[in-house]
Design a protein around this ligand. Structure first.
Ligand SMILES: NC(=O)C1=CN([C@@H]2O[C@H](COP(=O)(O)OP(=O)(O)OC[C@H]3O[C@@H](n4cnc5c(N)ncnc54)[C@H](OP(=O)(O)O)[C@@H]3O)[C@@H](O)[C@H]2O)C=CC1
Ligand SMILES: CC(C)(CO)C(=O)C(=O)O
Length: 297
């Protein structure tokens, strides 16, 4: 029996916990901030339900084989009380979050050799604690190597496609490049498609091209075709559609992961001497909009 503790059973964490709980060889414990009784996830394959052990007090947690963290990036430090009880010498910690700084955000909490950064492509939204809609087939990317490959095998009996990649840095930056555009509709509160014009395209292009340039400087392979497709996706964003979790958080009045998704482009751009004026301007304007703001990632 493999023991897993999932910290942060929101849209992503709840979906992952529910899928893993379908495997009789995996014992899932959910570490929640807000109590709830069970998981119900509407997936592309239909409704899945799970009744894992759900705890809200870190003192009730005991060491496990795997800790999976699916909080927002700005809640990284809030996981420490859980990690203090869940992590033993054999425990590995998978960080299922957007962005490219999984190791940096958790370096002071978990030994680097135990961390598995996880990139997940799985649009999901939570309507209430334990109640989630998974909008599309889930794909997970992790780094090649024993920890990554063993993490991927956890999903063998789920509908989530998990694989290890020798070029994980490109996987992470390709995701961030596609995600980077969401700051535009998050700022305007309008889908980009219906209001598309050359000036808006120039802004979107600036955001994406800056992200790709910084990603390439960080060692990622990002083709111009990928950049053009990301821009085309923004051009085709239909009225009323979602640009993903950053946009959803803005619409819901929740704090946003702006630093992990766009601020990081500015910070790492400075490291490489790459100008990132468009990301800088949009991050500044979003901060000035009065939306709930958390400075750190
Ligand atoms: N939603 C999506 O479509 C996608 C999201 N992602 C990424 O996945 C990550 C998670 O996002 P998402 O699932 O949407 O976020 P949610 O806000 O839906 O879920 C975050 C969860 O973490 C919980 N949490 C926060 N702090 C603690 C704590 N100290 N102890 C226990 N639980 C805690 C929250 O608790 P509470 O219930 O009390 O709020 C919430 O349940 C983000 O990095 C996001 O960018 C990646 C791909 C797609
Ligand atoms: C775009 C999406 C939904 C893809 O998984 C995403 O990563 C996010 O919005 O957080």
């Amino acid at each position: 029996m493999t023991t897993i503790a999932l910290i942060g059973p929101g849209a992503i964490g709840g979906t992952v916990a529910a899928w893993l709980a379908q495997d009789p060889n995996i014992e899932v414990t959910v570490c929640a901030r807000t109590p709830f009784t069970d998981l119900q996830v509407e997936t592309p394959q239909g409704l899945i339900t799970a009744t894992p052990k759900i705890i809200t007090n870190p003192a009730d947690a005991t060491p496990v084989d795997w800790v999976l963290i699916a909080t927002k990036t700005y809640d990284a430090d809030a996981t420490k009380p859980w990690l203090d009880h869940l992590v033993a010498d054999h425990t590995r910690v998978a960080i299922i979050q957007n962005g490219v700084e999984h190791e940096r955000l958790f370096a002071h909490l978990v030994p680097a050799s135990r961390i598995v950064p996880v990139i997940i492509n799985l649009p999901a939204a939570r309507s209430a604690p334990g109640r989630i809609a998974q909008h599309r087939h889930g794909i997970i990317a992790v780094p090649a190597g024993q920890n990554g490959e063993e993490f991927a095998t956890l999903f063998a009996k789920t509908e989530i496609e998990a694989s290890a990649h020798a070029d994980f840095i490109s996987e992470a930056w390709l995701k961030l490049t596609g995600n980077s555009i969401a700051i535009v509709p998050s700022l305007t509160l309008r889908a980009t498609g219906p209001v598309w014009n050359p000036d808006l395209e120039a802004i979107v292009r600036g955001v994406v091209e800056e992200c790709a340039a910084v990603g390439r400087a960080e060692g990622a392979t990002i083709s111009q075709d990928f950049v053009e497709q990301a821009i085309a996706n923004s051009r085709n964003m239909a009225e009323g559609s979602s640009a993903g979790s950053l946009h959803a958080d803005r619409l819901a009045g929740h704090p946003m992961e702006v630093d992990a998704r766009n601020g990081v482009i500015v910070r790492l751009g400075q490291k490489h001497g790459i100008p990132t004026p468009m990301n800088k301007v949009l991050v500044t304007l979003l901060a000035a909009s009065g939306a709930p703001w958390i400075e750190k990632a």
